[in-house]
Design a binder for this molecule. Structure first.
Ligand code: FAD
Length: 298
């Protein structure tokens, strides 16, 4: 009733999406359709992944350009450094900015298949902190109107595979904050306390930037296993069992799980939710609908 009396809209939690470049012409058509639906619900931004080693650089740029020119959504460019030298990365930053995209998720990137962390091509790559510095340097060289933009970094509630301790991960995230990161997006995880505990510890250590939890409503047992490997934790036994019982395909189970998780995260103080879409709109929009986060029914 307070809302009715004052006429102001209730404050809703915010959301954003991740998509990846299509690998075929047919997939590109489907993706164009999906991003139209995704942008129509007014996300804070849509982020576009980047293949480590520059493997799908042009496809990433095409998708960013499509979002910029054909949707109302704000594109956010993931950018990795692994396997590319400083000049190559610098030139990609310029190309992205030339396309009118100014917001970056600065990443080191995973080693290409077959290469270990100790390989000189991997060990010699710029870290995400050095990439933040390079982006700032490129911005300072550009005309004023193309030198604005936000910089975002990755966070790992369950630890990055390379880190030896939680405090190392937190110190490194704070180093990214000091290098200019304005917010962080997390790796996938399954349990709210993994995110909430990590953020609480990071806050005590001096982290001030917002940390957006990354969530993916899974459709299949194979996706569930993939998320478990990224999360560095086993999938919840119950969810795994129920998914298997359906023959390995049950999008509604993934939606239900993501809704519960998002509720706990938002109740626990998460500033918004970042949804990994797997290039489909149906499930992530179902999650947002269940959470009553859509201003207009989609
Ligand atoms: P960095 O920040 O450079 O460091 C990785 C980790 O190494 C740190 O967490 C820390 O534990 C350790 N470390 C490194 N240097 C130091 C140091 N000096 N002191 C202490 N510890 C150190 N990959 C892609 O290829 N393309 C994508 O589009 C992509 N998108 C992603 C989006 C999100 C939200 C996330 C969470 C990950 C994404 N990744 C992507 C994966 C990411 O590239 C890998 O996880 C990669 O191994 C690490 O990248 P980073 O930017 O976190 O690395």
């Amino acid at each position: 009733t307070a809302t009715l009396l004052t006429g102001s809209a209730p404050t809703r939690a915010r959301f954003s999406f991740e998509v990846f470049p299509a690998r075929s012409g047919a997939a590109a058509l489907a993706l164009g359709h999906a991003v139209q639906h995704l942008s129509a619900v007014g996300p804070d931004f849509i982020s576009v992944t980047y293949g480590a080693n520059g493997s799908n650089r042009d496809a990433s740029l095409d998708l960013l350009t499509y979002l910029r020119n054909h949707t109302d959504a704000l594109p956010l460019a993931h950018l990795t450094t692994v396997g590319e030298d400083r000049d190559a990365v610098r030139s990609v930053i310029h190309r992205i900015m030339d396309a009118g995209v100014h917001d970056f998720l600065a990443l080191r990137g995973d080693p290409p298949r077959g290469l270990g962390e100790d390989d000189p091509a991997v060990a010699g790559s710029l870290s995400s902190v050095e990439l933040l510095e390079l982006i700032a340097e490129v911005r300072s060289e550009r005309p004023h109107f193309t030198s604005v933009g936000r910089t975002v970094v990755a966070a790992y509630p369950n630890g990055h595979p390379l880190s030896r301790s939680r405090s190392e991960d937190i110190d490194w995230l704070i180093t990214k904050q000091e290098a200019g990161a304005q917010f962080a997006i997390t790796q996938l995880f399954f349990r709210a306390e993994e995110y909430l505990g990590f953020v609480a510890d990071a806050r005590s250590a001096g982290l001030r930037i917002p940390v957006l939890p990354g969530l993916m409503p899974v459709s299949t047992s194979a996706q569930l296993r993939k998320v478990a490997s990224l999360a560095g934790r086993p999938a919840p036994v119950e969810l795994e069992r129920e998914m298997e019982a359906t023959g390995g395909f049950a999008p509604e189970l993934g939606v239900e799980y993501a809704v519960e998780l998002a509720r706990e995260l938002l109740d626990g103080g998460a500033p918004s939710i970042h949804l990994y879409t797997f290039n489909r709109h149906e499930q992530v929009l179902a999650v947002l609908r269940e959470l009553h986060l859509l201003a207009v029914p989609a």
